[in-house]
Design a protein around this ligand. Structure first.
Ligand code: HEM
Length: 291
């Protein structure tokens, strides 16, 4: 066969750098689904802005919404490695960079919307960032995310070398911590959402510490990690509320079990941790059967 008649393999139908293709240029359903999921909040925000359904204070609503989604995606980016290991799902690694870069663009959009909320008065935006502690923290987190996004290309990984790149990208842990503190500090009364994100963050960090010090956690350890992160979530809520309001520890302990008043973050964190236990066990059995 002459070279002119050689067909290009199906693998290279798409350029390989598109967000929904794998390294060989093939369509990856996982990457496509994640790409659409990452894009959806921005599209919904745009639709609401165009339809005028963002409420009486549209800029405020947009700042809050984008901040919330950015933090969720930050937690999701931290979940990729533990879930890949626990669920023996190698393909998950292919989405980590996309999620991480989206976190950076989300944070930039959050800042741009904040400037819009301040009527584009940039000197005021700058002075607020310097003077208000929770904004300063957010800004530092944004700078950190910028450094990670700028070094996320294949070229930068090669230039920095694996170990240095990995060391640099460990910055994501303090950055996530800053983002959570920023979330807590801007809340007026209800700490439910930052607590929930913090509980999930606690699970992700406990998993990493265990994996680093002892090795891949098995079913019993994963169950213990779920219980420990849930307990830490409840503990953090009790500490915050009893310091902020004249409420006793006993009342706050009872409140954790008062399901009529809403499900407290401790239970969501426990449910998420136990879901990983179940899924990890299912995957372990599947793999054992196919082996
Ligand atoms: C220059 C950087 C930043 C500025 C100026 C900024 C500004 C703000 C402002 C003004 C609010 C609303 C506060 C209020 O209404 O009282 C807010 C909320 C929030 N920000 Fe930021 N922020 C920055 C960076 C970040 C980053 C890097 C993240 C996460 C990665 C983040 C996550 C959040 C979250 C989760 C909320 C609360 C959303 C909610 O209420 O559901 N922010 N931010």
């Amino acid at each position: 066969m002459s070279s002119a008649t050689v067909r290009r393999p199906a693998a290279s139908v798409f350029p390989r750098h598109l967000p929904w293709t794998d390294r060989a240029g093939r369509l990856s359903r996982l990457k496509l689904a994640v790409f659409l999921a990452l894009l959806a909040p921005a599209l919904l925000l745009l639709a609401d802005a165009l339809a005028g359904t963002l409420g009486a204070r549209p800029w405020d609503a947009a700042v809050h919404r984008v901040g919330w989604w950015t933090t969720l995606f930050l937690i999701a980016s931290l979940a990729v490695t533990p879930l890949r290991r626990a669920l023996r799902w190698g393909e998950l690694m292919s989405i980590r960079r996309m999620v991480g870069v989206t976190v950076f663009f989300g944070a930039v959009l959050h800042l741009v919307l904040y400037a819009g909320q301040q009527a584009w008065d940039l000197p005021k935006v700058a002075s607020e960032i310097v003077l208000r502690f929770y904004l300063t923290i957010g800004f530092v987190a944004l700078l950190g995310l910028g450094a990670l996004a700028a070094t996320s290309t294949d070229g930068m990984v090669r230039r920095l070398g694996g170990p240095r790149w990995q060391k640099l990208h460990k910055l994501v842990y303090p950055i996530a911590l800053l983002a959570l503190v920023h979330f807590f500090l801007q809340v007026k009364n209800d700490v439910t959402e930052p607590l929930l994100f913090s509980g999930l963050f606690a699970w992700l960090m406990l998993y990493r510490v265990w994996n680093w010090k002892i090795g891949a956690p098995g079913t019993a350890t994963l169950s213990a990690l779920a219980l420990l992160s849930a307990t830490l979530t409840a503990g953090l809520e009790i500490v915050i509320i009893t310091l902020k309001y004249p409420v006793s520890v006993a009342t706050m302990l009872e409140a954790q079990f008062d399901f009529a008043a809403g499900i407290r973050p401790v239970w969501w964190v426990l449910a998420a941790g136990l879901a990983v236990v179940v899924l990890a066990e299912v995957r372990r059995r599947q793999k054992a059967r196919t082996a």
